[in-house]
Design a protein around this ligand. Structure first.
Ligand code: NBX
Length: 837
């Protein structure tokens, strides 16, 4: 169209689509414009929420300009892109982050101050985008920030859930769940693309036909179809014009299908089908690290992978290249096994629809995909029952059986006569009914498989993927240690510390090259600097104390040691061990004379995290924490020496207050169970020390910051098997301190002990799978070392500074660069700022 326009029309468009200026006057006009037109409000009936909406809309205008420019220039240049497929993007709030990344925060601060509003209050009006469970979803969000910041051409693909992770409230000490209807007030951070709509089929049957060359062709005839509608979420990079995209799919009924039922005279059925179609993207499954096996979850996975692949293939086809070029244009990263069906769907598109032969298609597929594993826990391994799968996706099942057949034939050829090996490696598990092992499918269909921390990546090679390492060789199985974005997790959440670091290092370059933090190490000898450093920590603790007062009704002293464990509640993460040690501490204090008490280091023990709604034991842990808190917090014999709080509804925006305020945080999983952990990195980056086991990324944090700046305890991963064996078959007795704690619970120190019996049973000798008893003594000792170290405030402040100074490795920029160079083979593409759209 544009080509046909006369020059004056083209010029007019160029002139009028110049980007808006970013001076205070223009920004104020844009805010007031949105208040009076978009929001249909006036100055006299405004509140913080309206101000938020207007500032958000004004910010969004600027985001969209960058998004348009980036996507336009990328379409022309058409470099190789990476597509990050993740069922979860735990973004949290967007406004503060967008303003900081675009370099507009200061101007907006001033603009709204003169309009009568305070930025901090306005920011608080935004609801979190909580489209994730925990670490896996937040990792995807950090990676999107780094990809944009490093100018990599990258898109995320996910689902637009109507309900994010549930809201947690504590009622009578118990977790109760409430729906998170986050879209109640329109979402300014998404661009609905109602024109981008893709038909997704389910069910039906497969037609087998001979084509004109006598080749057997398969044609899937689905029985139902739903529409996928695109919603785009712009992701601005920090200190760059580049703005990437996360495309989230929403399910809608198809008109065609409605009409079929309607024309058959079955109006009621057509309404029911329509409701069922909408259900697919209704809710995020709240289970992390467990497999529920629900049909709707499988529907979500297929709906999302099929829509995303259709979109990716359509974009590729515009370039008129050969199919064999596909892996040179497209890299697809699978965030856990959740998107593994994408492998099968691409093979189906290439073979059934594009008529490629099987082997050529399979080569393209395996060159395109790579797979990230996030867990070794057996209960988390995704498996789908073959009958259910066949009913929903009959053609895909055939393809999986074919992939498996050809794969096992090759294994058999390499290692003849080993039925056991074939059974272990098969994508199909011979159970009643048969199960599809998604992790095996993901390994077979990918060219690289990675774990998320060094220890975890080596563990998967000797456990769940051992046979595959023997078959494919070592090179396919690599490590990509997780990272976190310093923009959100230091600059945004801890502005005072960020400013001090910039002042000290003489520039803010560290925000794009985190290794520069090492320059802080030279400052440990500077008493004035240490004082400033600790004053910022204290100010952050005051802010957290206010949040605790507001949410828990408990008054805590910012001068006490703040001890934090916030993460999803899981047996393997051992929040139970933490609260048991708190009971031990409580009993110790109670047994002290006044003189002895005078030397006790006061501590505030802070818990937060959600339990999966069906995870009974995890929910009992929450109840126990709250019962202990109720007794301890009102015991005059304890006073300020010990306080216990459970902060309800832990989420990203609450984490942004907690992380900068921690003195010590707990990362105490049984060695070998926590794949990496990422909050450990956030805490240390903010000058918080950690107490932890030699698990996940703790091992590498220790390597970077040195053993003087971390409190390590407990058994090592290679000892776990023997310890379990010993307690099971040699009846190793329970730790005596732990025995004392359990007796106290059983005596009814904290409510009716009957409530906690199922929890205590998990500690029975021979059943203590997570080795709480084995690690208890060394845990108590490590906590005593923390107390002693904290009393030497000068020494502590040095440790704190060294922690931050040596965290350069754990920027998600480093992680993403490694993925780009070693897995995706993509290069940065920097958008030119042409000043117009
Ligand atoms: O992924 C987490 C691991 O437990 C952490 O150790 C790791 O740091 C983090 C990022 O690599 N896994 C995780 O968060 N899993 C889930 O949230 C999850 C969600 C749904 C599901 C299985 C797992 N079906």
């Amino acid at each position: 169209e544009k080509a046909k326009w006369p020059k004056e029309t083209v010029d007019l468009w160029a002139k009028l689509s110049k980007k808006e200026a970013n001076d205070i006057d223009t920004i104020q006009r844009s805010i007031v414009h949105h208040v009076t037109t978009t929001l249909a409000r006036a100055a006299y009936n405004m509140d913080n929420f309206t101000a938020y909406q207007a500032v958000a809309l004004s910010t969004r205008d600027r985001l969209i300009s960058r998004w348009n420019e980036t996507q336009g220039q990328l379409s022309k240049a058409d470099p190789k892109r990476v597509y990050y497929l993740s069922l979860e993007f735990l973004l949290g709030r967007s406004m503060d982050n967008a303003l900081l990344n675009m370099g507009l925060k200061g101007t907006y601060d001033k603009s709204i101050e003169k309009l009568g509003f305070n930025m901090e209050d306005v920011i608080e009006s935004e609801v979190d985008a909580a489209l994730g469970n925990g670490g896996l979803g937040r990792l995807a969000a950090c990676y999107m920030d780094s990809l944009a910041t490093l100018d990599y051409p990258a898109w995320g693909y996910g689902l637009r859930y109507n309900y994010g992770i549930f809201q947690q409230r504590i009622v009578d000490g118990y977790q109760t769940e409430y729906p998170d209807y986050w879209l109640n007030f329109d979402n300014p951070w998404e661009l609905p693309r109602l024109d981008i709509s893709i038909q997704i089929g389910f069910g039906g049957h497969v037609q087998t036909i001979q084509d004109e060359y006598g080749v057997t062709r398969h044609n899937w005839v689905p029985a139902q179809s739903v529409q996928a509608i695109a919603y785009d979420v712009p992701i601005p990079g920090y200190d760059t014009e580049n703005c990437n995209n996360i495309r989230l799919w929403r399910s809608k009924p198809t008109r065609v299908f409605d009409l079929t039922s309607f024309n058959e005279g079955n109006y009621e059925k057509s309404v029911e089908d329509a409701t069922n179609a909408e259900k697919i993207t209704s809710v995020l499954y709240p289970n992390d690290n467990t497999m529920a096996g629900k049909e709707l979850r499988l529907k979500q996975q297929y709906f999302w992978t099929a829509a995303s692949l259709h979109d990716i293939v359509r974009r590729f086809k515009k370039s008129m290249r050969e199919w064999s070029d596909f892996p040179d244009q497209v890299a697809i990263q699978l965030n856990d096994t959740h998107p593994t069906l994408a492998i099968v769907e691409l093979q189906r598109l290439l073979v059934d629809e594009e008529m490629l032969n099987w082997d050529d298609a399979w080569e393209i597929v395996t060159k395109t995909f790579a797979f990230t594993n996030h867990t070794v826990l057996p209960e988390a391994m995704e498996k789908w029952s073959v009958p259910m799968f066949e009913y929903l996706l009959p053609r895909h099942l055939q393809i999986i059986f074919d992939i498996n057949l050809f794969f096992l034939q090759k294994v058999e050829k390499k290692v003849p006569n080993d039925r056991g090996l074939l059974n272990r490696m098969s994508i199909i598990e011979e159970a009643q009914p048969q199960q599809i092992r998604m992790a095996h499918l993901a390994v077979v269909g990918s060219h690289k498989v990675n774990g998320v921390a060094a220890l975890h990546s080596s563990l998967i090679k000797t456990t769940i993927f051992k046979d595959f390492v023997d078959y494919y060789g070592e090179e396919k199985f690599i490590n990509k240690t997780n990272g976190v974005t310093p923009r959100r997790w230091l600059h945004q959440s801890n502005p005072q510390l960020s400013a001090l670091i910039t002042e000290t290092l003489g520039s803010d370059k560290w925000l794009k090259d985190l290794s520069l933090l090492k320059g802080l190490a030279a400052k440990t000898g500077d008493a004035a600097f240490r004082k400033k450093w600790m004053a910022i920590k204290r100010a952050n603790k005051v802010r957290l104390a206010e949040l605790i007062k507001e949410r828990c009704g408990v008054e805590v002293s910012p001068d006490a040691l703040f001890d934090v464990q916030v993460k999803r509640i899981h047996e393997y993460k051992r929040q139970f061990m933490n609260i048991l040690s708190v009971i031990h501490r409580y009993r110790t204090i109670k047994s002290m004379t006044a003189a002895q008490k005078a030397s006790v280091q006061p501590r505030v023990v802070i818990f937060g995290g959600k339990a999966a709604p069906g995870y009974y034991i995890a929910k009992l842990v929450i109840k126990l924490i709250n019962s202990v808190a109720a007794v301890v917090n009102q015991d005059p014999a304890v006073g300020d020496l010990l306080k216990v709080v459970f902060i309800p509804d832990y989420n990203v925006s609450v984490a942004e207050v907690i992380v900068p305020a921690s003195d010590i945080s707990q990362h105490i999983s049984t060695a070998g169970t926590e794949a990496s952990g990422t909050s450990n990195m956030k805490f240390v980056l903010n000058g918080g020390l950690i107490i932890g086991t030699l698990d996940g990324a703790n091992v590498e944090i220790l390597e970077e910051i040195g053993e003087d700046n971390i409190f390590i305890f407990g058994c090592m991963a290679h000892e776990v098997e023997d310890l379990r064996h010993a307690q099971r078959y040699r009846g190793v007795p329970m730790d005596p301190a732990l025995q004392g704690v359990i007796s106290a619970i059983e005596k009814g120190t904290f409510e009716d002990p009957k409530i906690f019996q199922p929890l205590i049973s998990t500690l029975t000798v021979g059943k203590d799978f997570y080795l709480i008893s084995a690690d208890f003594a060394s845990y108590i000792t490590a906590n005593q070392q923390v107390d002693a170290a904290y009393k030497k405030q000068d020494e502590w402040s040095k440790k704190s500074i060294l922690c931050t100074a040596h965290m350069g490795k754990f920027s998600s920029d480093r992680s993403v660069k490694e993925y780009a160079e070693e897995i995706w083979n993509i290069k940065p593409y920097s958008v030119k700022d042409e000043g117009y759209m």
